[in-house]
Design a protein around this ligand. Structure first.
Ligand SMILES: O=c1ccn([C@@H]2O[C@H](COP(=O)(O)O)[C@@H](O)[C@H]2O)c(=O)[nH]1
Length: 477
């Protein structure tokens, strides 16, 4: 259901006009989230139809200003800029402009225009899928003291944005929804047969394309190669991993979440040549013994990869020291790196210090998680980054979904929740593609689990993920 106050006839006229000018495209399209969609709405073409553009701006104005009257408008760069400009000029509402590249040049303002702290801004976007682009703009507006309560879009693709925005106190107003667009095209005989089925199935399967909200400004920092970052690394394992990635030309880590030791060893042997890191959850291995670790270490030495035990320690320093060094697993004796949560506070790191001083192992702080509704967001994430920066000898990097401005080049940024062809699983996992994670979110290493170990040909699949993530890294140069 739309929140639009426009009549069905008005919406019909607009949809058919958009279809006529080629704004509705059918085929195979990669969305910002990395998902392949059979339908793509390209509103960039509206700049070539000024009368239509003016009427879009007017319809969006009517849709939102009937309910709310913010003091300023701001278009999400770039497609929505002409729409926001149209609204601003036609209705004499001052506009502010968000710069996408501000950080790269230092002196330039992130938000251009005249405003005062506390002014309420209406965010204008052409269409929403996950809501990620809108949230980036809201974040930058908030960072200069502006408030946002309302967002207006021409089209809501109905793939989770409304709910994601609502969770963050933002009301989404849309002129029409994807359902209305499709119904209009069907009624007019413009969308039929197998294509219609494909579109319907896609929309049903991808109702929630959720991209986590950035906690602070993501960095558009100059590219620094892994070779150079090895020299900056403050933790020995971070240094080793940067060097290994640069020489082996791979930034692929594989999560081998298998429960039988021989299956893990067989997979490690198969994919060892493609990876920089093999990630384990030893507590799921039903026949775990010390020989398993010896065999895994031999394969790691043969194929030159590091071993990462994803234990996610979270207790007080004294307890995690026992958990790390003792018990059945004696993790400190063999893991090159382990994950820790920061809920217990920074003293948790003291539980590892003595042991890793000898081995040089690295700690990875969970700054963000890939799962839906994760509480590792906002101020918590910022605190984790601070915890890492205050313990750079022990902390080698972060488990995160994006590179944040406070994350310096000496840290390795590793991102789980990666698959080529799925948006998520039934238990809250959310996936992005290797290209999106490495290029758009600017992290260093992808962690792929089921995308590889559940495949009928894990070696072939590992090569595909390795190639995609390494090309994405190289394209940043
Ligand atoms: O935020 C997090 C932190 C860790 N993980 C771990 O990564 C793998 C992902 O496996 P997939 O099969 O690719 O979903 C798994 O071992 C998790 O424990 C994560 O997914 N998200």
């Amino acid at each position: 259901m739309t929140t639009s106050i426009l009549s069905k006839e008005e919406i019909k006229e607009l949809v058919l006009k958009l279809n006529e000018i080629g704004a509705v495209k059918l085929g195979e399209f990669k969305l910002k989230s990395g998902i392949i969609s059979p339908i793509y709405i390209d509103l960039r073409v509206t700049v070539s139809s000024p009368v239509l553009l003016a009427s879009i701006a007017s319809m969006m104005y009517k849709t939102v200003y009937a309910q709310s009257k913010p003091e300023l408008v701001c278009g999400v760069p770039y497609t929505a800029l002409p729409i926001a400009t149209g609204m601003s000029i036609a209705h004499n509402i001052p506009m502010v402009v968000r710069r996408k590249e501000a950080k790269a040049y230092g002196t330039k303002q992130l938000i251009e225009g005249i405003f005062k702290e506390g002014d309420n801004v209406l965010v204008v976007e052409d269409l929403v899928t996950s809501g990620a682009s809108v949230l980036e703009t809201v974040r930058d507006l908030n960072s200069v003291g502006l408030t946002v309560t309302d967002v207006v879009v021409l089209l809501d693709r109905q793939q989770g944005a409304k709910q994601e925005l609502e969770k963050r106190g933002l009301k989404l107003h849309s002129v029409f929804t994807m359902e209305e667009l499709i119904n209009t095209l069907v009624e007019a005989g413009k969308l039929t047969g197998p294509t219609l089925e494909l579109v319907k199935n896609f929309l049903e399967a991808n109702k929630n394309v959720v991209v986590p909200l950035p906690s602070s400004a993501p960095v558009r920092a100059p590219f620094v190669s892994f070779q150079e970052r090895a020299k900056l690394a403050t933790n020995p394992t971070a240094n080793k991993l940067f060097q290994l990635m640069a020489s082996k030309k791979t930034n692929l880590a594989v999560a081998v979440d298998l429960t039988v030791k021989q299956e893990i060893l067989d997979l490690a042997e198969k994919i060892g040549s493609e990876i920089c890191v093999l990630k384990t959850h030893v507590d799921i291995v039903q026949d775990y013994d010390q020989q398993f670790i010896k065999d895994l270490q031999a394969i790691a030495a043969k194929h030159n990869f590091l071993i990462f035990e994803d234990r996610k320690f979270a207790d007080i320093g004294n307890t995690v020291k026992y958990q790390f060094e003792n018990g059945v697993y004696e993790i400190s004796k063999w893991a090159d790196m382990v994950t820790i949560h920061g809920v217990a506070g920074p003293a948790i790191i003291d539980g590892f210090r003595e042991s890793i001083k000898t081995t040089g192992a690295g700690l990875l702080l969970l700054a963000q998680m890939s799962s839906k509704g994760s509480m590792c967001v906002g101020e918590y994430t910022n605190q984790m980054v601070e915890m890492g920066k205050s313990n750079q000898d022990a902390v080698m990097g972060f488990i995160c979904q994006e590179r944040l401005s406070a994350m310096s080049d000496n840290f390795v940024l590793m991102t789980p929740g990666v698959q080529f062809n799925s948006a998520g699983d039934s238990m809250g996992q959310q996936y992005n593609t290797p290209e999106y994670v490495i290029k758009e979110k600017n992290t260093d290493v992808i962690i792929v689990g089921r995308g590889i170990y559940k495949s009928s040909n894990p070696k072939e699949e590992a090569i595909k993920y390795r190639t995609a993530s390494w090309s994405a890294y190289e394209s940043k140069q």
